[in-house]
Design a protein around this ligand. Sequence first.
Ligand code: ZN
Ligand code: ZN
Length: 383
Amino acid sequence: MHAISYPDYGATPTMVDLPEPVCPPDGAVVAVRATGVCRSDWHAWRGHDPVPLPMVPGHEFAGVVSEVGRLVKGFAVGDRVTAPFVNGCGRCTWCRDGHAQVCPDQEQPGFTRLGSFAERVVVTAADFNLVRLPQAVDFVTAAALGCRFATAYHALTTQAQLARDDWLLVIGCGGVGLSAVLIGHALGARVIAVDPSASARDRAAELGASRVLAEADPEVIRDITQGGAQVSIDAVGSAATASAGVLGLSRRGRHVQAGLMLGANANAPLPWDRVIAHELTVVGSHGMAAAEYPQLLALIETGALDPGQLVGRVVDLTQASEELMALDRPVSAAAGIVVATVGREATAPPTPAGHKVPRDGREDANLRPAAEAGMTRCVIVNE
Ligand SMILES: [Zn+2]
Ligand SMILES: [Zn+2]
């Protein structure tokens, strides 16, 4: 099968011919129809996050089941599916409780095994990790929600218990942050979005933020919210932004840390005096388990939520390598998601960067017949 693979860290990823993947007895092989690329793939390619080599990137995908192992009961060839980027083992305490995103024996396509920049990808513990896609949810949308969108949804709902009419403070309008703005607004919260970039703030306002700020000044936030936000999310991951999230809360507020705290930030200080005096909740968030997908997909099916709004443009899978390497330079989240296709889809008119995909008659609707005909496509998500 064709796949995009890199032989070494930093080496140009190229289209190669690989042996067909071997289906595990409890796993499935999925024919990829759409796959997202995010900065996590770039980090692995650059060697910041060690992976076995050579590696095929890609962990945000949707497609059609092409093979199931003999132990798989709930899925069959032809099923339209997606899967979380963390594949849980399906057996441990956390998996059994519906929290596979923290499974100690997890697999991640594109990191621990070959990913979805390929015609086919393996999903382990298929009964546990595969998620059936409603007909109304197309492959591009499903791939677009596979990582940052699902992360933001889990963070705001399960972790932060965001409620209608809450004030939500979103710090950082990259992929997770803009997803949080869109989801928060859709769930009926009032959203304050913070980002130093004017284009990111403009995009946040388009996606439903009622107020946008260049910096998270606690006094300004207290004024707007009349005492502080009920929920804050740090989508950046730094000592300063995590503290700003905590300081922007009202009494009994909930701060969720979704931005990764790496390197020197791993042991960053927090205003613990405030956490205690105001009885704040500080909670982490990492991806989303398969068990939570049905409620998210139901919101998409009814039109309450449209991750397609974050899709920016469409490119060919053969261009995925170029798009991955382009992340060497900073890319504005306002440019949105880039989608790659092969075959006759490549002749579709290019979509301008930052183009807002309409709720109806979206671009990918034109592309669906080619996808059903067995084309592989690649959704490339800029941060
Ligand atoms: Zn597990
Ligand atoms: Zn990702």
